[in-house]
Unconditional design. Structure first.
Length: 648
């Protein structure tokens, strides 16, 4: 029971309540910093209203809790040691100094960004600690900063005084157990509870599907990209980007003209062509490696490698299919920007990079301007993997997750709503949308622990690995979706694009290479049969957006790093980032570049296992130049926030 009493000028309470009290003090201070951040920079956030600011403050609590738990991890552990000596004066004095120093630094970064934000238009990240940032001239700039903005250190001094006073206002006291051994034992359950709660707070949630929150998650609480800085706090941004440099300025080509002549991501369509108003449905299938699709692997003879996608196989025969297609990343969070915004996952996934707040040209944003209704469907709990945050920033008008589905009866217990009922939900929701519309669907059921609904136990073959039956179940769900969709009025006027988020282990040797680890299906299906055939040239996820826009005859300039797959003159390539190296596919060749130097060349057709390094044996000067041009365009445009062209 809580007992607070006044004793020799100080309040005392149970040690765990004191720890909670001190953490709540820090949460209040960080919230005050957020309010000050906004008040000093209101001009930068013209769309913020009183109601939206309350949402921002609410979202900020999650970021603040995560940052403060990371900052105070050592303090919390030292505070929790299950021994009575921790209540002695010298130990408590040491803890206070540790608390004040750690959190004083955290508050200082928040306060500095109140002013610094107006110069960089983002929260400070770990990049500020680059060695080059601390030369002699920058020391002078720092001194000038404190002189010109004297009120920042003044506010900081007030914060430190209040923090010190409030910290000491209530002192901890132990349980009333005199035996030191019994006391130590009594502490263990409480320590365990605090540790579990801290881990949940650091990650930003407790669900199985929750990934540790990152800077991009701020998008779920804002109406505009720039407002993400309000939700975030500076210590969080520094911690999340520490040691992670997604974008380093490149100077492979000295002249912008030379660079543009080799490669440019800016598309300037032929505005004279009449636009199509077809609906667009993009279906992203979780973990659907190309290895699982029988029609894309006619060479397989082992009966265990028969197709686990009979419906997808039948659809492929009625579609334009790209048989040499690849993902741009290895995780689900890599796939969404690649597919919907033609942004490859290089070095770090875009959504967790320090540039995740950049303005981008996404297919949702571009088609919204053309009068399209746009929506993203993902049956996982809202907030899972930050999809809702990214899709909001990318311009999707609506997000449908587990919350919007409205029934827990079809929840699989871990990842989300089973694919079959959620596909049906998807079809019926589109039936309520005004045409033309753009929708994206992301399946969830082909995931560990590799279960299918109870009523389908034993229906689908196990195959080589447990995942195979889940692939078959999702393919069955896709079949049921098309059976429903065919009866709906919008179906015939719809372009369907089907692909996977990434490849996974298939237990098939042929797919155990750095190239085929990315192998996925990509196909375009039109019910009227106007898109049919087999294209064996290279294709990748970042090609999907420019190809759709080309098909629709989108008339305005835009930026995309992929190719228009309908353009026979396009320079088809694949770019990935693996093991600290860029992997670049062009024609039959694979080029690996590490530390800005060519490290390997393979002929993937003659040498599918990539054993024979051809450096010095073949001249691929043009391919090397093209790879470098793509990387330079990507990195430098990200750094300079030049990721849009034409209409936004």
């Amino acid at each position: 029971m809580l007992k607070i009493r006044f004793d020799t000028g100080k309040y005392k309470a149970n040690e765990y309540l004191v720890l909670l009290y001190r953490f709540m003090i820090l949460m209040v201070f960080f919230s005050v910093c957020r309010i000050l951040f906004y008040l000093f920079n209101t001009h930068a956030f013209p769309k913020v209203t009183f109601v939206s600011f309350l949402t921002i403050m609410k979202g900020g609590l999650m970021f603040d809790a995560s940052a403060l738990l990371y900052l105070n991890a050592i303090y919390i552990l030292l505070f929790l040691v299950p021994f009575r000596f921790k209540f002695r004066y010298w130990y408590q004095h040491f803890l206070k100094w540790l608390f004040m120093i750690i959190n004083g630094i955290g508050l200082a970064f928040n306060l500095i960004d109140i002013v610094y934000y107006r110069y960089i238009l983002k929260r400070t990240t770990a990049s500020m600690f680059d060695v080059n940032a601390f030369d002699a001239s920058n020391i002078k700039l720092i001194m000038r900063f404190f002189r010109d903005f004297w009120y920042i250190p003044f506010i900081g001094a007030i914060f430190l005084f209040l923090l010190s006073f409030l910290y000491s206002l209530i002192k901890p006291k132990p349980f009333r157990i005199r035996n030191r051994y019994l006391y130590s034992l009594s502490c263990i359950p409480f320590i365990f509870l605090v540790v579990v709660i801290s881990i949940i707070g650091m990650r930003g949630g407790w669900r199985h599907s929750t990934r540790p929150i990152n800077m991009n998650n701020a998008g779920a609480f804002v109406n505009a990209t720039e407002e993400m800085a309000l939700v975030q706090n500076t210590p969080f941004c520094i911690l999340r980007t520490w040691g992670k440099k997604a974008f380093i300025y490149k100077e492979y080509f000295n002249s912008e003209t030379e660079l543009e002549n080799i490669y440019t991501p800016v598309y300037i369509p032929d505005a004279a062509s009449p636009s199509r108003n077809d609906n667009v449905v993009i279906i992203i299938l979780e973990s659907f490696s190309r290895a699982f699709v029988g029609s894309l692997n006619p060479q397989f003879e082992d009966p265990r490698d028969k197709s686990y996608t009979p419906f997808l196989d039948s659809l492929i025969h009625e579609s334009l299919v790209f048989t040499d297609a690849f993902a741009n990343g290895r995780k689900s969070i890599d796939a969404i920007p690649s597919i919907t915004a033609s942004i490859p996952a290089l070095v770090l996934p875009y959504v967790i990079s320090e540039r995740s707040g950049n303005k981008i040209n996404s297919i949702a944003g571009l088609l919204s301007v053309q009068g399209y209704q746009t929506a993203f469907f993902h049956g996982a709990p809202n907030g899972s993997m930050g999809f809702d945050a990214f899709t909001k920033i990318a311009g999707f008008q609506k997000y449908y997750g587990r919350n919007e589905y409205g029934s827990e009866a079809d929840f699989d217990g871990i990842w989300g709503i089973w694919d079959e009922p959620y596909f049906q939900f998807f079809a019926h929701e589109m039936n309520n949308m005004k045409e033309p519309f753009l929708t994206t669907f992301f399946s969830v059921s082909s995931h560990h622990p590799y279960e299918v609904p109870e009523k389908y136990r034993g229906k689908f073959p196990e195959g080589r690995i447990p995942l195979n039956k889940c692939i078959h179940y999702t393919d069955y769900s896709l079949r049921k979706f098309f059976e429903t969709a065919k009866k709906m009025p919008w179906f015939k006027n719809t372009l369907f694009v089907i692909t996977a988020d990434h490849a996974v282990d298939s237990d098939i040797k042929e797919y155990y290479t750095s190239v085929n680890h990315f192998a996925i299906p990509i196909l375009f299906y039109k019910p009227d049969g106007s898109l049919k055939g087999v294209d064996s040239s290279l294709a990748e996820q970042i090609d999907i957006m420019p190809t759709i826009l080309s098909y629709l005859n989108y008339p305005y300039p835009y930026l995309a790093f992929g190719n228009n797959l309908f353009d026979p003159s396009a320079k088809r390539f694949i770019i990935n980032y693996i093991e600290e190296s860029y992997q670049f596919l062009y024609g039959d060749y694979v080029l690996l570049m590490t530390d800005d130097k060519l490290s390997a060349i393979y002929n993937r057709k003659e040498d599918p296992e990539l054993r024979n390094n051809l450096i010095g044996k073949v001249d691929l000067t043009y391919e090397q130049q093209l790879e470098k041009a793509i990387i330079q365009q990507f990195n430098n445009r990200m750094i300079e926030n030049r990721m849009v062209a034409g209409r936004e």
